[in-house]
Design a protein. Sequence first.
Length: 232
Amino acid sequence: MAYCSKRRKAHQEIDRTKSYKLSEALMLVRNHSSEKFNPTIDIAIRLGIDAKKSDQVVRGSSVLPHGTGRTVRVAVMTQGENIQKALDAGADLAGFADLADKIAEDAAAGRFEFDVLIASPDAMGQIGKLARVLGPKGLMPNPKTGTVTPDVAKAVKNAKSGQVSFRNDKAGIIHTLVGKKSFSDESLRENILALVADIKRLKPATSKGHFIRKVVLSSTMGPGIQVDVSEF
């Protein structure tokens, strides 16, 4: 008899033509997760937009009520008293021109000591000098994701407590995470609903028809489970 891996078996047992209720989808994601670690639960949301049109790009952030389950390293580029405010709020790094120099040196060595970079508006001149190294890594601060703000302390707390940034790809799909397998179903459900609600608030005025077209959940290495969009 031919060997059938757990992952292949999981894919075979999922009905690809069916959309499951969110509670069923979460159960299936758990049951068909064969990872030997605590995997991330990912979500892919196909939107009713024309991704080729600049006025239909959907970009923003969402603070998940139960966090992401990840430890996030946060750097803040600002000056004056905001540096101490950022550190007091939990920032791992904070500074102005000195931080810009450090980021440039680290980038040249192929390393970054942060996962999220926050900047106050008066620091954008310094940020601009780093665009070539930050852009390809997806680390450029942006007002739409809440990472360019005069209230750096609040931004740090949001990033540390479970904020995820999102932007649709060329196919009009948003990919992000909503937690870990170790989360309870209720925590994952609340995270998912909060994320979808924030995405829906960003629906472009020029987008016509149904906005949330397709939702798929999966674990890091598990099969995709399609969720009934009427849940949202």
